[in-house]
Each structure stands twice: as C-alpha cells, then as structure tokens.
Design a protein around this ligand. Structure first.
Ligand SMILES: *[C@@H]1O[C@H](CO)[C@@H](O)[C@H](O)[C@H]1NC(C)=O
Length: 391
C-alpha cells in the first residue's frame, strides 16, 4: 500500500496525498485533508510505530519507577529491575513512565530478545543487551511513548555447533510508556491506508501509551462515533481496534480518540478500502482440444477457473514450444456464472497454430490470485502425417 511518509519532503508528501486522493476519495474531502496536513507538518518529531520483530542477543531487565519491591525470585524467567536490588516479576503488561529506563532481566544462557521493530531499525544507542553468565539484561534508556510495544525474551538451546530459540519458553511483556503529552504512540504517517479484506480481521493500529486511556472509534463523514460491540469490532489495548469481519460498509476515514484525565487526543487517520479478497487460491481446470494431434493441425489448450466474483485471476503458461521461442498466443476472458452466489469464470486459452513435433509435451497453466497460485498440466502428443502408402 502506498503509505505516506512524513519524513519525505513536503512536496512529495502532498503529491502522494493527492494521488491517493485521486484514486480513493472525493476531491473536496482530499483538499481539506491536504490543508490539514500542511498545518500538521513539523509539529512533532516523527517516530515510527513499534511492532514486534526479532533481534539477536538477549537478556532482559526493566527499570521503572519503584512500585512493588519484591526480592528476586530464582524461578521467575522475566523480571523487571527496578533498581540495583529490586526485581519485580512481570505480568502480561507493565508501565514505565516515558523518560525512565526500562531494564528487563531474563533467565537463560544465552537469551535472545525481540523488541518493537522501530527500535531495531533506529539504533540510536538507547538500547543495550548484555548477556551475563545465567541471564541476559535488556536496558532501554531515555524511553519515549514510541517505545510502547512487546518485548520478548527467548531462552536459547545450544549444542556444540549452534543455538536455536526455544519458542515455547518465550516470555513476553507488553510495555506501556505513558507520556503526559502523548496518548497515542506517535506515528510518522499523517494517515494510513488500510485494506479491508473479506473475512480477514483488520487492525486499526491506534496504539495507546497508557493502559488507562479510554479509547473510542470515530468516523469522519458523517462524523459519528462507531459502535464497538466487542464482536464485530473490538478494542485491544495492545493493538488498537480490530474489525473482525470486514464488510464494504466499513470503508471510509476513521480515527481513534483517547482520553485520560483532561487530555483528549486523536490518532492518525485510517483510510479503509475494501478489497474483494479470495477465500482460497484458484482451482484451475486444464483441457486440450485433443490429446493427440497430427502435424499441421491447430491446438488450443484452455485453463478455466470458476471462483468468487470480482476476484482477479492471473494466468501464466509453460509449453513445449517455449524452448524454440514460440511466443505465447493466448486469449483471456471473464464471464459470470449464473446461479445463487455471484461467481465468475476466468479463462485463458493458449493457441498453437499448425503444430509441429516440438509442440509435443506437457502444457502447464498456473492460475494465481491474492491467496496463491495453482498449476495444472496436460500432455499433448503430436504424430506425423500419415503418408499415403501402398501395402
Ligand atoms: C539520555 O538523556 C541524557 C539527558 O538528556 C543524555 O545526556 C544522554 O546522552 C542520553 N542517553 C542516550 C543513550 O541517548
């Protein structure tokens, strides 16, 4: 998807906006949008949104404001180091005030860590991972709201030659970095285009920096709050809003609003576009006009897919004549199939005029849609012209 990147030049940004607008939205709305965007540029330092990813090295420890002081527990895999002598077993989530240091300690020799992806990409020296004899320590200095995300420790199992992650023993903690100025994890995108795919849960990633923030979902036109019933749409404090079964009526411009105390902030805007997404890869059927031809006859091989309406299928061919440079000569067509559920027939026909010996062999058709590709083959025999011969 073309995501607008604010770190680019202003001109480019506005141009991409217009392009996206031209494709997706009505111009009145878009012009307003571009104006707003200009006003927003340069307001705050742009930071990417964290998402989980893997990193090599590892050990963990987190430091935050001292809350509960618990003596180190040997059996605990992941602990937060609150100060030199105080360790706290971590639960599913912890909060560390933005600006403070996160220090996590993870038992294992060695361990690997995974951190929000933007931290991995931008190595600004704030993140340190140190392996001690029996545990690893992860330290993140001068934390910001953007560091909010999942931190995972993988104990490693090593033999003489190599080490592998033990995914079953992985310990995760979701760390919030509440910032009195930023209720949402800052994003470099002023808005984000999101594809809604049929039967495919979609996340509106308005990630809050504090688990205490109250978050609501809003539609821009008409300006209404979107009902979040927990079934069709639900809110997950570690992800944002999830649309479980996208439907065409979910399309449009949406945004999240978070409130905490006196503060109320809007998230990045999400432009939801509906895409007809196939349920499965295509199931093509191949058929040759004849499995045995005489030199000089014409051959056509058809490849047919009957599938969901408005789902594009792309065909590619492999055939014996390719080796001698015969160009593919195909005819493609789409027609609708009658019946209850709207289905369509997509077909590609490969035509070979006046077959020769070299056209004998296997004909393979590959049909592809957004879910995947399927190949089917058939073989064709070419026999010499029967010469009129006397016995
Ligand atoms: C953390 O912030 C302090 C104070 O602003 C600064 O001196 C120090 O260099 C920063 N450390 C890192 C690793 O960014």
């Amino acid at each position: 998807m073309p995501l607008v990147n604010l770190s680019g030049s202003k001109g480019r940004l506005v141009l991409s906006t217009l392009l996206i607008c031209a494709i997706v939205f009505e111009s009145a709305y878009c012009q307003k949008d571009v104006k707003e965007q200009r006003n927003t540029l340069g307001r705050k330092p742009m930071q990417s949104k964290p998402t989980g990813k893997s990193i090599n090295k590892g050990s963990r420890a987190v430091t935050a404001k001292p809350k509960i002081h618990v003596a180190a527990q040997r059996q605990t895999f992941l602990t937060q180091v609150l100060n030199r002598r105080t360790f706290k077993k971590v639960g599913e989530t912890i909060s560390v005030q933005a600006g403070d240091t996160l220090e996590l300690r993870c038992r294992g020799k060695p361990v690997q860590w995974s951190v929000p992806s933007y931290l991995e990409e931008e190595d600004d020296g704030r993140l340190r991972m140190v392996q001690h004899e029996r545990y690893g320590v992860l330290t993140l200095l001068n934390t910001t709201a953007a560091d909010t995300g999942e931190y995972t420790c993988y104990p490693m199992y090593c033999d003489d030659t190599n080490c592998r992650k033990d995914y079953d023993k992985a310990v995760k903690v979701f760390v919030f970095f509440p910032d009195p100025q930023e209720l949402f994890v800052p994003s470099s995108d002023y808005y984000k285009v999101i594809q809604l795919r049929t039967n495919w849960p979609t996340v509106l990633p308005c990630q809050v920096t504090s688990p205490e923030a109250k978050v609501t979902l809003h539609r821009e036109f008409p300006p209404v709050e979107v009902a979040v019933d927990g079934t069709e749409i639900s809110f997950n404090v570690k992800k944002g809003f999830v649309i479980h079964r996208p439907r065409p009526y979910h399309t449009g411009a949406l945004y999240c609003v978070a409130s905490l105390g006196n503060l109320r902030q809007s998230s990045t805007k999400y432009m939801l576009i509906y895409v007809n997404y196939p349920m499965a890869p295509p199931a093509p059927v191949i058929q040759a006009s004849s499995s045995s031809l005489v030199v000089g006859e014409n051959l056509h091989v058809s490849c047919t897919v009957v599938g969901e309406q408005d789902v594009a299928v792309e065909f590619t061919w492999e055939y014996p004549g390719q080796q001698i440079g015969r160009p593919p000569y195909t005819q493609e067509s789409i027609s609708s199939v009658g019946g209850g559920a709207a289905r369509q027939r997509s077909q590609s026909v490969l035509l070979v005029d006046e077959v020769r010996d070299v056209d004998q062999g296997t004909y393979t058709c590959t049909a592809q849609n957004l879910q995947g590709a399927t190949s089917v083959s058939t073989s064709v025999k070419v026999v010499p012209k029967a010469k009129p011969r006397k016995p």
